[in-house]
Design a protein around this ligand. Structure first.
Ligand code: ATP
Length: 367
């Protein structure tokens, strides 16, 4: 990776524009504090609105530009009334996930002070976990978009749950490395393998490979949970967990569950990471009902941008990028602690722009 880091920016549809504008302003504010980050942004047109105008879901050359970038930063894609002829939604980002094999879906869930929370237990203030959702195989291997079902007719449909050694090894190693990194910053240093190894051979293999990988990380504690027990524990005592690694559909479901525990969609950041590419985006959709009205909560996108800076730091060895990521995360935490960030999504009085302005002030002041 050269000193200049190429970021492919896709604003996409609906609130994509609002939240990307906000996140880029925050990155700029962090840059003023830590020094130039060497980011070179290229805006790429893609999404449902683009499809309506042009008949294709990405601008010519955009896929190649994304392939050459150091990271892709995306707002939101999709509009409910614009669909392909077969009724499916416009989803070029799912194609990018497949083409670039972005196997590690990273979904952090952290409790911020003064946000509405579902659990009354005082320890719920300490929820700080990350779900690693495998994102290229598992039960999504035969998702409709891939057209891979062995049998699919009006009488029967079969789906495949695919677990492969190469992807699973990379996934578990990714989870352990993340736990190592979080431990350096005060995390628990714990990885929990979530599976159903008592019932499925595919899951037994998933767990076997987990055991093989854990041997390489003696400083990190490892534990297991069957997915059904995990669902229960994530309601009863989510603060006891750190990094949780799991198959695709389990991650799909449980990441929404933990997202709900700590606020809602407007806080749900997401990174999708492969061997040579990565895409960062908020986990929410395009929310067309509030697009362009200064109502969207930009925090999921800002936190995704921070995750992107951290990823770029790991890849490039440029520590300033990680400093900027930490500065952004800490400023947001502090902002909530002092009740200076009050997004409308949670009944607060601050629109997208005011939330953005306040975080910029927090970053600039460092207090
Ligand atoms: P998708 O299937 O594309 O993920 P969805 O149908 O789950 O989309 P979203 O677009 O995520 O729906 O949004 C659902 C509703 O949640 C929106 O209509 C909006 O009111 C609210 N919402 C989502 N994201 C935000 C946000 N960042 N800030 C405020 N409200 C939001």
């Amino acid at each position: 990776m050269s000193q200049q880091l190429d970021i492919a920016v896709i604003r996409g549809d609906g609130i994509g524009d609002d939240v990307i504008a906000s996140a880029l302003a925050i990155v700029e504010a962090a840059e003023k504090r830590v020094g130039s980050l060497g980011l070179h942004l290229t805006e790429l047109d893609a999404g449902a609105a683009y499809y309506r105008e042009n008949g294709v879901d990405m601008a010519p050359g955009a896929e190649d530009a994304a392939a050459k970038s150091d990271a892709i930063f995306l707002g939101a894609i999709g509009l409910p009334d614009i669909r392909h002829e077969d009724g499916t939604e416009i989803s070029p980002h799912l194609r990018l996930r497949e083409i670039f094999q972005l196997y590690a879906g990273v979904r952090p869930a952290r409790a911020y002070p003064n946000l509405p929370r579902q659990l009354q237990h005082p320890d719920a203030d300490n929820i700080d976990l990350v779900i690693i959702r495998e994102s290229t195989e598992g039960l999504f291997y035969t998702a409709a978009v891939h057209n891979r079902n062995p049998v699919a007719n009006d009488d029967e449909v079969q789906e495949i749950l695919r677990i492969t050694r190469p992807t699973t090894e990379k996934l578990h190693n990714f989870a352990f490395k993340l736990a190592e990194k979080r431990k350096q910053r005060g995390g628990q240093g714990l990885v929990t393998c979530v599976d159903k190894a008592n019932v499925f051979r595919s899951m037994a293999l998933f767990r076997k490979i987990f055991d093989e990988c854990r041997a390489g990380f003696p400083e990190i504690e490892a534990s297991y949970n069957y997915v059904d027990a995990m669902a229960l524990n994530l309601i009863k005592k989510p603060w006891e967990y750190d990094v949780l690694v799991m198959e695709n559909i389990f991650g799909d479901i449980l990441s929404d569950l933990v997202g709900g525990l700590v606020g809602g969609m407007g806080m749900a950041a997401c990174g999708e990471i492969g061997d040579s590419h990565a895409l960062f985006q908020p986990a929410h959709g395009s929310a067309p009902d509030i697009a362009g009205q200064d109502k969207a909560n930009p925090l999921a996108t800002i936190l995704s941008a921070a995750m992107m800076l951290d990823y770029l730091s790991d890849r490039s060895g440029i520590s300033k990028l990680a400093d900027a990521a930490l500065l952004i995360e800490e400023s947001i935490y502090k902002g909530f602690e002092k009740n200076r960030i009050r997004p409308m999504e949670f009944g607060g009085d601050m629109g997208t722009r005011e939330v953005t302005r306040e975080i910029i002030t927090l970053i600039a002041d460092g207090k």
